[in-house]
Ligand binder design. Structure first.
Ligand code: ZN
Length: 157
């Protein structure tokens, strides 16, 4: 029998909630279940830890402190950038934009200076997950070589 363990491919339905506000920040409802290769840093650390040993059909609910989720906010990741760097885009607070080094959020705009935050938007937050293990199988050799799961809900290529 296959359980969630290192080098297994888990297929899960999940809902992630912010316990403080009750806001759902992510969910697989209405989509294919999420497929991931266990133990290869595809997921945040606590998500995998809490699912270890789970069988097909099992449901688990757990709460992750920031250190086991997206980490604490890093002050250095908040930076000030001149407006001219945005080109055709008019930055506004709350916008999420893409850069060469990843996505960032616009915090504020004052004159020609834009304050941006490269922290993950869930950094510093405690997260609650409700997860159902839809399926578990052994990974293929190709998946282990690539370090991710293949198929619907995983990586297709
Ligand atoms: Zn691949």
């Amino acid at each position: 029998m296959t359980i969630v363990e290192k080098d297994a491919v888990a297929s899960v339905h999940y809902t992630g909630t912010l316990p403080e506000s009750g806001e759902v920040f992510d969910s697989s409802e209405g989509r294919d279940p999420l497929l991931f290769l266990v133990g290869h840093k595809q997921m945040i650390p606590g998500f995998e830890e809490e699912l270890m040993g789970a069988k097909k059909g099992e449901r688990r609910t757990f709460t992750l402190e920031p250190e086991r989720a997206y980490g604490e906010k890093i002050p250095e990741a908040i930076q000030q950038i001149p407006t001219e760097m945005f080109g055709d885009i008019t930055p506004e607070p709350g916008m999420t934009l893409m850069s060469d080094v990843g996505p960032f959020n616009v915090v504020s705009v004052e004159g020609d200076t834009v304050t941006v935050d490269f922290n993950h938007k869930l950094a510093g937050k405690t997260l609650e997950f409700s997860v159902e293990v839809v399926d578990v199988r052994a990974a293929t050799g190709e998946e282990l070589d690539h370090g991710h799961a293949h198929g619907p809900g995983g990586v297709n290529h």
